[in-house]
Write a protein that binds this ligand. Structure first.
Ligand code: ADP
Ligand code: ZN
Ligand code: MG
Length: 466
């Protein structure tokens, strides 16, 4: 059964002040309800005033997503009574979005961007004693109310979760390169996904955070819908919630339609003309974007395109890390290989990004140089990476502390001789043509020397000795 998916992404746009007032946006670890004013609390008589810098960022994002930009925009009130909106409406854009008809290219297709618009974030609801479906009561923190959000809506162009993942990592890398998005901030990216199977209605899963959860939610939903259709039942159009603990989606409500919100134009805010000059000015300020950076990496450093893509799409800080290393190291291919194959694996395993980890360009290059100078084996280097990703200790210190220097031939020979003596059968088998036995013998030597021996040299020596 063919799967069709579309995304609605809400991204916090980095900005010192909220979208319609001058309250600060750095709400992490702040006392609840301290970064508020009459405007973001919706007191009668208060008047919103747009923060221009956010419009600049919005135009930049729209350009990076190859969108047309509306020459004139205005804001509308999306009415709904809910504790996260003190005014009982959210200031958003509906009739005319900031931008429309764009695309973002992934490996096998152009994903069409339907619209891009600006809106204010509602307050943060803290569900106490359960999640949205089971909480005993709810606390409201208005510090988040009014923080600028950009909403990006795609057409239903995704046919697999793999495409969704590629799109998300490319999109977030673009936003990071533009300097408008900080992935480390709580709830900086929230995604609603729409998903339908051929012949079925579409279901919306609201408010998922984190790439892994998005994939899990989609995979769960695909199976749930497949089962319904297989049993001859219907998929109902509805809104569901993904519970990150049980990895299951629950029905929240039958899907409302956008018209149901009764949008009306917000007459407190002026119409805004977005002139060609303004757009040109923004274009001049646009930094290098991921695709250009990848091309530059391939051309300037002659690394494989595949590696360049991984490095740039994982996140901007990893691409910056690569370039910082290149300033003090002269072998880009080696660097790229060790970042993509080993450093990344380790970061993923330990669940940290390069920025959160303790790895610095200086220590990473120190490690590569030790491999170059044959002071350590590659296997040993892999062990050391695990350690310094976690602790930040320099490779040289780790080696000294654990006495991990590479074993030299002189020290190796007696060990190998011993292994040969103890494994006569394997030696005979190898002589009789059984290649596997050689692997076995190498394995025995490596076990005795931990990771300190170089498998290539061990292989040579065994062959020479038998
Ligand atoms: P609404 O006005 O109800 O929000 P939109 O047309 O704006 O509907 O689409 C909302 C989201 O649903 C978009 O991300 C779009 O890609 C997605 N979508 C539309 N049709 C389908 C479908 N048949 N299957 C899956 N997703 C869909
Ligand atoms: Zn305010
Ligand atoms: Mg919508």
């Amino acid at each position: 059964m063919k799967v069709v998916m579309g995304l609605e992404l809400h991204v916090h746009l980095l900005s010192k002040s909220k979208l319609f007032c001058s309250c600060p946006t750095n709400y992490e670890n702040k006392e609840p309800n301290t970064l508020v004013c009459p405007v973001c609390c919706g007191f009668p008589g208060s008047k919103p005033k747009i923060t221009k810098k956010v419009l600049d960022s919005g135009i930049m994002v729209a350009k990076a997503l190859n969108c047309n930009i509306s020459p004139v925009i205005f804001f509308s009130r999306k009415s709904y009574p809910y504790p996260d909106m003190p005014k009982n409406f959210q200031i958003s854009q509906y009739e005319i979005p900031l931008a429309f008809n764009g695309y973002l290219e992934i490996t096998n297709k152009k994903v069409r961007i339907k619209r891009v618009h600006l809106e204010e974030d509602p307050a943060k609801l803290v569900h106490v004693g359960g999640d949205i479906t089971s909480a005993k009561y709810v606390l409201v923190d208005y510090n988040r109310a009014g923080i600028p959000l950009i909403e990006i809506v795609t057409e239903p162009d995704f046919e697999s979760t793999k495409e969704v993942r590629e799109f998300l990592s490319k999109l977030t890398s673009i936003l990071e390169h533009l300097g408008v998005y900080d992935a480390s901030k709580e709830a900086a990216l929230r995604v609603d996904t729409n998903i339908s199977l051929e012949g079925g209605e579409r279901v919306e899963i609201k408010n998922i955070t984190g790439f892994a959860n998005i994939e899990k939610a989609l995979n769960y939903e695909i199976v749930r819908q497949q089962n319904l259709l297989r049993m001859g039942m219907q998929v109902e159009r509805e809104t569901r919630h993904f519970d990150a603990d049980t990895k299951i989606t629950y029905s929240l409500r039958k899907k409302e339609f956008e018209e149901d919100y009764g949008y009306i134009m917000d007459s407190d805010l002026p119409w805004i003309e977005i002139s060609d000059e303004w757009i040109k000015e923004i274009e001049k300020q646009m930094p290098e974007l991921p695709d250009t950076r990848i091309k530059r990496f391939v051309k300037k450093y002659e690394i494989r395109e595949r590696d360049a893509k991984v490095i740039v799409y994982v996140d901007k800080t990893l691409a910056d890390f690569f370039e910082s290393c290149m300033k003090i190291y002269k072998k880009p291919k080696m660097l790229a290989k060790w970042i993509v194959a080993d450093l990344l694996k380790c970061l993923n395993y330990q669940g940290v990004t390069i920025r959160e980890s303790k790895v610095k360009p200086k220590t990473f290059v120190e490690l590569l140089k030790l491999i170059d100078e044959k002071k350590i084996t590659e296997r040993l280097a892999k062990e050391i990476i695990k350690e310094f990703v976690a602790t930040g200790t320099s490779p040289k210190e780790i080696i000294k502390a654990k006495k991990l220097v590479r074993i030299e031939e002189k020290e190796l020979l007696p060990i190998i001789k011993n292994v040969i003596k103890e494994n006569k059968k394997a030696v005979e088998d190898f002589k009789a043509g059984k290649e596997k036995s050689l692997e076995f013998l190498i394995g025995q030597v490596l076990r005795k020397t931990k990771v300190r021996a170089d498998p290539k040299i061990v292989r040579e020596l065994i062959k020479r000795l038998i």
